[in-house]
Design a binder for this molecule. Sequence first.
Ligand code: MSP
Length: 658
Amino acid sequence: MCKECEKKTFYITTPIYYPSGNPHIGHTYTTVACDSIARYKRMQGYDVMFLTGTDEHGQKIEQKAKEQGVTPKQYVDEIVAIFKKLWEYMNINYDRYIRTTDDYHVESVQKIFKALYDKGYIYKGEYKGKYCTPCESFWTESQLVDGKCPDCGREVIEAAEEAYFMKMAPFAERIEKLLTETDYLRPKTRAVELVNNFLQPSVDENGNKTYGLEDLCVSRTSFSWGVPVTFDPGHVVYVWIDALSNYITALGYENGAFDDYKTYWPADVHMVAKDIMRFHAIIWPAMLMGLEQPLPKHLAVHGWITFNGQKMSKSLGNVVDPFILGERYGVDAIRYHIMREMALGADSSFSNEIMINRINTDLANGLGNLVSRTVAMIDKYFGGTLPAEREEGDFDADLIAVATALKAKVDNYVENTQLNLALEEIFKLVSRANKYIDETTPWILGKDESKKARLATVLYNLLESIRIASTLLSAFMPGTMPKVFEQIGAVDCATYENADKFGVLPLDVTVKRGEALFPRIDVEKEIEELNTIIKNNEPKPEPAFELPEHKAEIAFDDFEKVELRVAKVLACEKVKKSKKLLKFTLDDGEGERIILSGIAEYYDPEELVGKNIAYVANLAPRKMMGIESRGMILSAESGDGLKVVTIDDSILPGGSLV
Ligand code: MSP
């Protein structure tokens, strides 16, 4: 409960993302989902704290900054700006943004580390293990999949260094209970895999329960871009204690920057994808147990957005750049699509075709059409303002029942972090309302003067259904729904409180036609255009070496002046006192010809003997180092120097190249 406003509080977090590359549609999913829940809770009257941010320390960031010749802070500053720009673009209304490089966070992490050390949960040892550099994770042999990192599938390296460790055994039993006996983990089906793979409980010969859960490496000495361990210079706090603490340091835990810890902690929902479930399901509760702090209420784990069967990643970023998609279809269409596709716990495969079809079916033909048809008919039959007379009829009761039951269902789905089901439910009302138009045939009623009251009732019921659907949708599509409220005359009454009531709009409501909410997309044309964008965005293969500059164009006549011929190398030797020159004795078909060529550093002289080569035959003779050279042997510039252009053996010396 918030002391000041006396509202119930709700605290939701995204993971703090690594700014080691630009944000992509995967990060966008989690953030949009949390934003929608936060908006829904605000609408329900909660005092909401919605936290997101960036996880800015670690070896990978240090390496990337070095590659670019900037400091790690400069490097992350630039990418963090892009994250923030994307969140603004996607209409993300976060309450706080934490950067692990913020001073207050650093200060708190140092205190947290020291507190766990003082309590005896952190000790010094040596870590030997398999280490995945990109994931910054140590793994045990048994956790590796085919000898590779189980998270990203990349090669791991042997690593050993002095390090601090956090004991896990004191917490194992409580964690097992947390995962199996409470509703902390969503979906709970994942508890089995966590318990078996990481907690590894077993009963020893004396009947005592033991766990195979290993201690966690919590400091590093091999890089310096991290939070320094105050009592042991040279060590920096290793990723997870730094990163996970953000959820409490951002509220002011062990720092003076904020005073919100008592108000918002424990968190209601931490939302993450499955790649970091282990850390949030095991390590984070262990840390909090060690600090004797309350545990968060729920951990919602979603799957990955995949593309062609692969986890969406930075390297695929171009393919589904949220900025590009937003520009083409609108931010709300993208928000809708990704939330509608992802079921809690399962992966969701991203496809442009599915996205476009979904936008067309649900948004353009479904909701957009419902709004535009209803408003257009009110305009056409009643000049934009409904008369107050009413006449009930068939189908009304069913529509009203679906509409008024919706809020409770959506509440429940949002409560359980099942946003795809919440959206599916809302769109059942949209479909029901569209069907109601077919059932009640307002265009026929419109032709009959005596049916005006019935027609007004039908159109009013449609407006009310739209009001309810769009009110509940406004948490998910916050940019578009206010436009709907305006069109249906519901600006003042589209509130959450009214979302389970029918008959809220004034009987003589006035509507206002507006632009199409979701323009229909031409699927074929769009797919073609997207494919072109994808192609153009594909990284071009790097040239093997720096290509030489092109020369100015010449006329064919000029080219024809050059006489190119084939000759066989009879002998080849180094020119005395010259580092560069080789002296070639050639059979040019008419006799012997001497040519000097500056390629000595690339060839042993005998290498070329017996080979057919191409040469410029009509170049004016030139004397070098006292030897007359009659022509020029053709060589090609290639990454590692000059290579003589050799010609097929079957060509006879003297043959000209045309
Ligand atoms: N910095 C850590 C998290 C620390 S939280 C205390 C990290 N960062 S990350 O940049 O790799 O982000 C991982 C998170 O981004 C996932 O948990 C998920 O929320 C989101 N996603 C990244 N790629 C994703 C997909 N392809 N699909 C869905 N979500 C994805 O891990």
